[in-house]
Design a protein around this ligand. Structure first.
Ligand code: MSS
Length: 366
């Protein structure tokens, strides 16, 4: 195998032993590196950038960062210092790339072949978007979407629409959305969207716009390519098109991280099967584990605190394993009774893989 790539300079502070460096803009958490105390430390959290991150000068004076609010009754700009005085909420949330699990689909889709590690559970603090909107007289009449624009500089000579990170989500997503300045108890690192990030709990990673410079309530979805044709659930072989569903709400999902996610060899006897499970938009009700490839299921036990409907929960099941080959799998069940599916709909972009079968681990017990 090729030698592991070093950490890129802008994330040199990440834990090199926990990360798989796919490219300078795609870093994945190793399956074996997920801890068992719910929150993913910043040093181990995955990175996905569609454009190079802005210069570190934007975090030199965080409080001076400005965001433009449009599509409200009284549009205006706020700087971060002003936002900090307007409201406060803290939300634990699974941040998961739309393409997490892409590399596990039976058919190869183009894009980073993420396994399970383009996800983490992170605590965000910020002002609720609804508080900002209320202070500005409410959303302007008839608006249908909430559209966030990233603060990257657009490379010279390119059509901005072809590369800019601008995403629209349905207006109802405003309900739990934050303009966040803190992550896991510290100012948001530049690489994760500091000084200010739009957080849309329950929605796939791409909708959580980093270094947000404009938040607009709009009649239509943005014309930016990342929305118009990108991040669409397109039938295999078809190019992204606005008529295909956008990658927005996440669904129930879980996976096993232990034992032996890499080597696959486990000593006979008692074994602890550990993993993470979340409901996407809904709180989680239960998680089940199978050691026979899905023929039968056992209830796993949750470990650690319940940090709310958008967070994940760690689970554990103690099993006695005799020598042999096993396929171990897990499936999440949300409070509405939605069961994590056995198979996920394949799509051109390789998005939203929640298939428990694709996430199963094959182990040999010796
Ligand atoms: N934002 C901005 N501004 N830019 C970019 O690039 N990306 C996306 C989000 N946001 C971006 C943004 C994506 S796509 C993702 S996942 C996320 O982010 C990630 O995050 P982190 O922090 O981890 O890096 Mo897929 O769906």
């Amino acid at each position: 195998p090729a030698a592991a790539k070093p950490l890129p300079a802008y994330v040199a502070w990440k834990d090199p032993t926990a990360m798989i460096v796919h490219t300078s803009s795609t870093l994945e958490t190793k399956r074996s590196a997920f801890g068992t105390s719910v929150i993913t430390p910043a040093e181990q959290l995955y990175i996905r950038n569609n454009l190079p991150a802005p210069d570190a000068s934007i975090i030199a004076d965080r409080d001076a960062w400005e965001v433009q609010i449009e599509g409200v009754k009284n549009p205006r700009n706020f700087n971060l210092k002003q936002l900090k005085g307007m409201g406060l909420e803290t939300t634990a949330m699974v941040l998961q790339c739309s393409g997490n699990g892409r590399g596990l689909f039976p058919t190869k889709a183009s894009g980073t072949a993420w396994a399970v590690g383009a996800a983490g559970c992170v605590v965000w603090s910020g002002v609720p978007v609804r508080d900002v909107v209320a202070a500005l007289g409410g959303v302007a009449d008839g608006m249908v979407y909430m559209t966030g624009t990233g603060g990257e500089k657009i490379p010279e000579g390119l059509d901005p629409k072809s590369v800019m990170v601008e995403r629209s989500v349905p207006l109802k997503a405003m309900g739990d959305a934050l303009l966040a300045w803190e992550m896991n108890g510290a100012p948001i690192p530049l690489a994760h969207g500091g000084p200010l990030r739009l957080i849309v709990p329950g929605y796939a990673g791409v909708n959580n716009v980093k270094y947000i410079k404009r938040l607009a309530f709009t009649l239509a979805q943005t014309e930016a390519a990342i929305q118009k044709t990108g991040y669409r659930l397109s039938p295999p072989g078809q190019k992204g098109d606005p008529s295909h569903p956008a990658v927005w709400e996440m669904a129930a999902k879980s996976w096993i991280n232990s034992p032996a996610p890499d080597a696959g060899v486990v000593p006979a006897g008692m074994s602890l099967i550990k993993g993470v499970a979340f409901g996407g938009m809904q709180a989680l009700k239960a998680v089940e584990v199978s050691i026979d490839g899905g023929a039968s299921w056992l209830a796993a036990k949750f470990v650690g605190p319940d940090l709310g409907r958008y967070a994940w929960r760690q689970f554990v099941l103690s099993v006695k394993l005799a020598p042999g080959n096993y396929t171990i799998a897990s499936r999440a069940i949300d409070v509405l009774g939605n069961l994590q599916s056995e198979v996920s709909m394949e799509n051109t972009g390789g998005y939203n893989n929640t298939s428990w079968r694709d996430h199963a681990l094959k182990i040999s017990v010796v």
